[in-house]
Write a new protein. Structure first.
Length: 356
């Protein structure tokens, strides 16, 4: 394949591809990485020339600030191939902008849009054969930035690494999940970094989620840090609740991630004629809706699974089951999104991004 090389991007191709060692019929999620990765260093007060290099380990000094002060942000996105072999991305500029919003909050220098987008396009064309074509599969893309500067003093780093690595991944069938509404631990707080995709946000979720798993649940529904009265997120996903024929999701804030899938769900629901309310919703309201049988659906929305339906939720030692219904908003919306992602349907929203 002939690849037009952007003068900003230096390319070193792998000598021997590992692709023939990969079983594309049995892909996990994010376990096998493609041949190349993009690397760009920030030093001397500016981002240096981006490079695409063979996949390799990263060597860091023990005093590298990522290990001590947690300056790290990331994104999650996917590349797809349609029936004509074209490479497609889904709303990539939203990911690029959000990465920089997260970076700014953690005092990390923002990555130039051209470095992100041009580097990503070249990387995808170089590793095009790694994009699986089976239904539901994709190339998962992980852009991330972390502090590589050295020293134990508690201050922002003076050096950073921006990396994009990719992983061919199979269909993410999580199935229906049972969740526990959390009342003790908080995912984030006002004025904090909940709206950013900071690595530490996820580290802080693992322990409460582990406790929920021990009780027989798969995930946690987070509530607000102050009163624990309001529903906020489902695990690492935004949450949607259907009461009657209305789809409800909480407003974004300092505590809630501005999910790209979340925005897509809202847009498609409105296009389908579904009433959508973006507002705070109390746990009490959800309990009452379950009791009077107006609670129809709950689902998480995120990059990996697109839609994760919730079969039941637990609250104060009692479980509440969700009904099985034919007019399922979650399934309908997921099909609309995935049909756009795989170029199987018209994209009236302008979300498709063709990698040329």
């Amino acid at each position: 394949m002939n690849i037009a090389v952007d003068p900003m991007i230096k390319i070193e191709k792998v000598k021997n591809s590992r692709i023939n060692d990969v079983d594309f019929d049995n892909l996990g999620f994010g376990k096998v990485l493609s041949d190349h990765m993009l690397v760009c260093d920030y030093k001397y007060g500016k981002w240096q020339q981006p490079q695409i290099v063979p996949l390799q380990n990263i060597s860091l000094d023990p005093s590298a600030k990522i290990f001590h002060y947690g300056q790290s942000v990331f994104e999650g996105m996917k590349a797809y191939k349609d029936n004509n072999g074209q490479i497609l991305l889904f709303r990539p500029l939203d990911n690029q902008k959000r990465l920089n919003i997260s970076a700014k909050r953690l005092a990390i220098p923002e990555v130039p849009e051209a470095y992100f987008m041009e580097g990503l396009k070249i990387l995808l064309k170089l590793d095009s054969d790694w994009i699986p074509t089976a239904d539901g599969s994709s190339l998962y893309i992980r852009p991330f930035i972390f502090a590589s500067g050295e020293g134990f003093h508690a201050s922002p780093s003076d050096a950073y690494k921006f990396i994009i690595s990719c992983s061919p991944s199979g269909s993410y069938f999580s199935g229906k999940i049972k969740v526990l509404i959390e009342e003790k631990y908080s995912r984030s707080a006002n004025g904090g970094v909940g709206f950013a995709k900071a690595g530490g946000n996820y580290a802080g979720q693992f322990y409460p989620t582990q406790l929920a798993v021990e009780k027989g649940y798969q995930q946690v529904i987070w509530t607000d840090d102050n009163t624990h009265e309001y529903i906020e997120e489902a695990g690492a996903m935004n949450i949607f609740i259907r009461i009657g024929d209305t789809l409800i999701t909480g407003p974004i804030s300092d505590r809630i991630l501005d999910g790209i899938t979340r925005k897509s769900v809202i847009a498609i629901a409105e296009d389908e004629g579904i009433k959508v309310e973006v507002r705070k919703i109390k746990v009490k309201e959800v309990i009452e809706a379950s009791q009077n049988e107006t609670l129809k659906e709950m689902f998480g929305a995120g990059t990996a699974a697109v839609i994760s339906p919730i079969s039941a939720f637990g609250y104060r030692d009692k479980d509440y089951d969700l009904p099985k219904i034919e007019d399922n908003y979650g399934a309908r919306i997921k099909k609309r999104i995935t049909d756009i992602q795989y170029n199987r349907a018209e994209d009236k929203f302008g979300w498709q991004y063709l990698v040329e």
